[in-house]
Design a protein around this ligand. Structure first.
Ligand SMILES: [Zn+2]
Length: 184
């Protein structure tokens, strides 16, 4: 039975029972990928989705372990961007065409999640033929620390940046001493 639900600023009609049924039969989209990016996501999945996103998935009858696809764009050794999407049996009625940030509540793994946003849309990327139609798609976009942020590293980086701004390129101490002695 299709029911009207509100997901952030989107109005959606969703059949929760048939979505749950389809997810019971579905294997996770990237469960068999052996690359290190997918492995990291699988190992840390429980820390990556804010509660607000889990609520969205539950409202729509989606199993949070059964994404259609997850992809990674590595920007830095210490953090990573992951995106992906889920499907539900339903349709998008109206709402914004851009992503909307979700709240990361106190008590969640705040150091792990830098930011997290979703976009509900009418796409059906990579949908299998046996998934019930119509389909409504929920994309997610998250930046995550892959290691706990090292505050000493951050401060040092910031300090070097300030110093470069104030004084120009830094010189080795020995060279500065030599210049002083020679009167330059
Ligand atoms: Zn992979």
């Amino acid at each position: 039975m299709f029911q009207r639900v509100k997901i952030k600023d989107w109005n959606v009609e969703v059949d929760r029972e048939s979505t749950e049924q389809a997810h019971r039969q579905k294997t996770a989209g990237f469960a068999t990928c052996s690359c290190s990016y997918c492995a990291w996501f699988r190992d840390h999945r429980a820390e990556l989705f804010p509660n607000e996103f889990l609520d969205v998935l539950q409202t729509m009858g989606i199993d949070p372990t059964k994404d259609i696809e997850v992809y990674e764009a590595h920007e830095d050794p210490k953090w990573a961007f992951y995106g992906g999407w889920f499907h539900a049996n339903g349709r998008l009625l109206d709402g914004p065409s851009k992503a909307v940030p979700l709240k990361i509540a106190p008590g969640e793994k705040r150091w792990r999640i830098l930011d997290f946003s979703i976009q509900v849309n009418g796409k059906q990327d990579l949908a299998k033929a046996d998934f019930p139609r119509p389909i409504v798609q929920v994309n997610f976009y998250g930046n995550f620390w892959t290691q706990p942020p090292n505050w000493r590293d951050r401060l040092k980086k910031q300090w070097n940046h300030w110093r470069a701004k104030m004084k120009g390129p830094s010189k080795p101490a020995a060279q500065i001493r030599k210049e002083k002695l020679s009167g330059n």
